[in-house]
Every structure is written in C-alpha cells, then in structure tokens.
Design a protein around this ligand. Structure first.
Ligand code: AMP
Length: 479
C-alpha cells in the first residue's frame, strides 16, 4: 500500500476498522467513510444496537457489514452445522444478491463464508450451502421461514441480526415473518434495523427488537438528494407511451430506469418501447430470479439502456450512473417516489427524475410534494394536445373496441414508426416529448389494467407465491 493509500483509508481506521478489512475498503474504492458509516460503525463495534434511517445509496450496507465482519474475523472459523452467525434479512432477492456481493468483496482474503437464502431459485443448493454452518446468511423472509420450518437452518447461534429496508418488508407483508425469525435468533444478539422511512409500525418493530439503540439518520425523512433535478411532465395516460418514446430519443438519457406501478404495466411499457424501437429490459415479481438477474446484469453492463421496473423489484438496486428516472405513473405511496428517484444522483453524481402526471394523478402528486417539501416544476405540458389514440382509432369504434380489436392496424402503424425521431414540436424544458402530429403509436388505453389487478406493492402477502415488484412507467428528463 502506498502512503497515499494509507492516507485514504485513515478515515475507516479511525472508526475502528483494521487489518484485512481496511485493505478491503480501499479495494472497494471507498475513499472516506460515508456519514452513515461514521455514525454506525463505531457504535456497532462497541456492541450497540442501531436504528438507521437511511436509503439505499447512503452506504448503509458497508455500515453494517464492516463491524459484523470485523467481529466474525476475530472469532475464527468454528461454526456449528446449519447455523449462521449473522443474519441479514432483506425484502427482495436483488437486494440480497447485492448485499452478498458487498460482504464477499469486503471479506476478500478472510475466511468468511456467506450464503443466500431466497425464493425463486433452487432450495436444494441453499440447504447444502448451509449444512456446514455459515458466517453470514443473507435471506428474504419467506424462504427463510420455509427452511426454518423444515429445520434446514438453525438460528440459535445468530448473534448479529440486520433488518434492511424494514419499511419495504412491512409493505410486502413480511413483518410477522420478520418477528418470528427474530425470535429464533440468540437472545443476546446485536441488532441493526435500517429503514428509509419510519412509519409507526416500524417504530414499534424497532422498539420490540432493539435494545437502547443508537439512532443514526443520514437525511431527513422523505427528502431527496439535492443532486437530482426533478420535474413533472403533464400528459394524459394515453399519451404517456408516445411522450416516453419521444423523451428517450434524447441521447442524454443514457441510462434510464422507468417505473411502473404494476407488473402488468411494466410488461406493457417494455413491449411498447420495443415496438417503438428501443431495447428495454424489465424486472418485476412475476419474472424468474434468473430473468431478473439477467435483466439487471444487462442494464448494469450498459448493453440495455432502459430498465423498466416495479417499485419493489427496483428496491435496493444499486446501479451506478443511472442518468434518469422516469415515473411512468405516480406510486400509490408517496414515499415510494423518494425510493424511485434515489436510483439516480448517487454518490454525488447528478441525475434527473421526470414524473409523468395524468390529471387523475394530481392528488398523488400533491402527496409527493408534501413529502419532499417542494413543488415540482412542470417541464412540459401535453394536456392540450390532440388525442393520438382518438385520431388513430377506426371511426365509430369505442376505446374498448379499439383496444381489443385494433391490434393489427396498430402494429402496421407502429412498424412505420419504429425509429424514434426527435419531435418537430418539442418545446423547451425537460422532457420535451410528444408531437401532436405523431399518431404512429396508436396506443392502447395505457391505464387498462386487468379487472381486479392490484398494484404490486399493495398485493397482500401470500406464503407460496410472493410478490416482489411494484409498478412503474415512463421517464422524463429534467432541464
Ligand atoms: P448502499 O447504500 O450500501 O447500497 O451503498 C451505495 C453505494 O455506495 C455502493 O455502490 C457502495 O459500494 C458505495 N459505497 C459505500 N460506502 C462507500 C464509501 N465509503 N465510499 C465510496 N463509496 C461507498
């Protein structure tokens, strides 16, 4: 290590991190501890419980991984079969995979074993991995409950418990499983609970699971990173597809995540984007774990520039360099807006968040503005423009008839319009989508959701078939 490098890692050394782990922070490119790490690492090294109000992107993974690893390394490698020394409970599979990667990269060179327990992939290999006992187990609650019931894992030796993204676990209906799992762990465990928001249920959970916790908070609840330029594009639901495609023709939108409120909506947006000539990948809870990981890898590697995702599927996703977040629709819970736009503007980089708003979503927009404590500027207004669907629709047909029967004609038009073009009627400001003369899309009623379908994030938790996604749609670009 050069002197310069020694200097670089001094910050972590001052927090009590030493030896191998100090080198690992350097290897991971961590120049200086982040605020959450400065606050949470020394307290955990002293054995204190932590209540962390922090979002993904704040550096919270290393904030709990470094102290846990530091203590595990000091313990040596003796473990009992089927046990885990540390348990990290997370709401989604993607987040679990990311946390596992962080643990493994920080533990490089040390004899620390990690295991993943999550739904959607083979249970057999997970059970096998647990057989000799592991140091760090990263799990989603549903599959872990299954393994606990089958006695394939034993948490009696688990003396570190981390609940990550606790508010999302609550949203997904995992909270009772979380309580049951916590009961299985060692009575004298050390616990850390992280949550981006602190609804009363999470405060209660924290009270019951944490002992005299140190509260660490890196950004006031509900605030959004200053680096993110946020704006609103007014567009009727049926205009949104076209508006989105026009926006995406801008090469400045180099890496875009489009949020949809529902899984069904995410699929439709992806299909529509592909029809409009864009390469897009989609992740939501109905996709297999493999398909989700492939989509995410393609997006991370830059081979796919547009990722369409539901709220829950996108939770915790840490992809550096996302230039734009587009909310095709507003989330049902205003707090999800903060999570969504937090995918961009990470690590001090700049980013834009564009939210498409149909007049029917105005109350949701107000709720978001209350949470972020600012009024979002309108970058473009398409409400006065002609209805492209009406123009494209066969004379005399109803919306529904066109939606169901007009597919062939629509596809014919779409083929002509496959190449996205810059719109002649773009106006200044962010987004600039959609010319009224562009009737190529002949889009279906964008809002159409199958009768009875619910937004993913609201779907009640079911034991066998878990829902992991949210819903989202299209992006916009801020000025
Ligand atoms: P997290 O909030 O844990 O998802 O972390 C967000 C991102 O910050 C990840 O890409 C980490 O690798 C990165 N990160 C964590 N700690 C630091 C640090 N001290 N310096 C630079 N990057 C960091």
């Amino acid at each position: 290590m050069t002197n310069e490098n020694t200097e670089i890692t001094k910050g972590f050394a001052e927090l009590g991190i030493s030896g191998q782990l100090l080198k690992a922070t350097l290897g991971a490119g961590y120049d200086q501890p982040k605020p959450i790490q400065e606050q949470a690492i020394p307290a955990q090294l002293e054995g204190r419980d932590i209540l962390g109000v922090a979002q993904t992107g704040s550096g919270k993974t290393a904030a709990f991984a470094l102290p846990i690893l530091s203590k595990i390394i000091a313990l040596g490698t003796k473990r009992r079969p089927k046990t885990a020394r540390a348990l990290i409970l997370v709401p989604t599979r993607e987040l679990a995979v990311q946390i596992d990667e962080t643990f493994r990269s920080l533990a490089k060179g040390a004899h620390v074993s990690t295991a993943l327990v999550l739904g959607g992939v083979s249970r057999f290999s997970q059970v096998k991995k647990l057989q000799p006992g592991v140091d760090v187990l990263i799990a989603t609650p549903g599959r872990l409950m299954d393994l606990l019931k089958a006695r394939d894992v034993n948490l009696a030796d688990t003396t570190w418990l981390v609940l990550d993204e606790a508010d999302r676990m609550l949203d997904m209906g995992f909270i009772n499983d979380v309580r049951r799992i916590a009961k299985e762990t060692h009575a004298a465990r050390q616990t850390a609970l992280f949550s981006a928001t602190m609804p009363p249920e999470i405060e209660q959970l924290a009270q019951s699971l944490l002992r005299a916790p140190v509260r660490v908070e890196v950004a006031p609840q509900g605030t959004t990173a200053a680096e993110i330029v946020q704006s609103v594009v007014l567009a009727r639901t049926k205009q949104k597809r076209q508006v989105l495609s026009r926006m995406l023709a801008d090469p400045a939108m180099s890496s875009v995540i489009v949020f949809s409120r529902t899984k069904h909506g995410a699929d439709r947006i992806t299909r529509d984007l592909e029809r409009d000539g864009f390469k897009a990948a989609v992740i939501h809870g109905n996709k297999s774990q493999n398909a989700r990981q492939t989509a995410l890898n393609g997006f991370k590697a830059g081979s796919v520039r547009i990722l369409v995702a539901t709220d829950i599927a996108a939770r915790g996703i840490d992809v550096p360099g996302i230039s734009h977040v587009v909310n095709f629709d507003l989330p049902d819970e205003a707090e999800s807006y903060v999570h969504r736009i937090g995918r961009t503007g990470r690590n001090g980089a700049s980013g834009s968040a564009i939210t498409m708003v149909d007049p029917s979503e105005n109350s949701k927009l107000r709720a978001v503005e209350r949470i972020i404590r600012m009024k979002l500027p309108v970058a473009a207004d398409h409400l006065g423009e002609a209805d492209p669907q009406r123009e494209a629709r066969p004379v005399g047909s109803t919306d529904r008839a066109y939606d169901e029967n007009g597919a062939d004609a629509r596809h014919g038009r779409e083929r002509d319009a496959r190449k996205p073009q810059r719109n002649r009627s773009q106006r200044g400001g962010a987004g600039k989508p959609g010319g009224k003369s562009d009737r190529a899309a002949g889009e279906r009623a964008q809002n159409a959701r199958p009768a009875g379908a619910k937004p993913e994030g609201e779907r009640p938790f079911k034991r066998k078939r878990r829902s992991f996604s949210g819903g989202k749609r299209a992006p916009a670009r801020a000025a």
